[in-house]
Write a protein that binds this ligand. Structure first.
Ligand code: DQA
Length: 145
């Protein structure tokens, strides 16, 4: 059984009503349900969201301890959280993949979003495809097994 944690940072629970011109109209519960129900045989997909940096770091430690693959949308933590970067490195240096995802394309937005402190330790990055970015990340995990 392959465990996949789909981890989401601050404000992503507001999807559907938060800046729909940027993030689309799919709600958080619709996204969460579509990801959970897309598990293939031999996979479990656990979708979580938190506004708390410490909780997100704890989930990454859990991934390292339980051999889980990770899809991570770090949200605004992307741009400044060295603590989250170090936690991602805990997972990837254990040989487990972490795919950084973004719904929007941060490079086409404000200057402060052009920097990701996460990308340098992630396995790969998928951004700009709306909520499909998550499904593309799952496909990337499956392709590299
Ligand atoms: C985001 C992009 C970030 O810049 C922003 O802070 C988010 C969402 C995205 O999915 O496009 O909260 O990670």
């Amino acid at each position: 059984m392959t465990s996949i944690l789909v981890l989401n940072g601050p404000n992503l629970s507001r999807l559907g009503s938060r800046e729909p011109d940027v993030y689309g109209t799919t709600t958080w519960s619709e996204l969460s349900e579509s990801l959970s129900s897309s598990a293939e045989s031999g996979e479990s997909i656990d979708v979580r969201q938190t506004n708390d940096e410490a909780e997100l770091i704890g989930w990454l430690h859990e991934a390292a301890d339980t051999n889980a693959e990770v899809v991570l949308n770090p949200a605004a933590f992307t741009h400044y959280s060295y603590a989250l970067r170090d936690a991602v490195a805990v997972v990837t240096s254990a040989g487990l993949p972490v795919v950084e995802v973004h719904i929007s394309n941060p490079h086409a937005r404000e200057e402060f979003r052009h920097t990701s402190v996460i990308s340098g330790v992630a396995t790969g990055v998928i951004a700009g495809f709306g909520v499909d970015s998550y499904h593309l990340a799952l496909a990337a995990l499956r392709a590299r097994r």
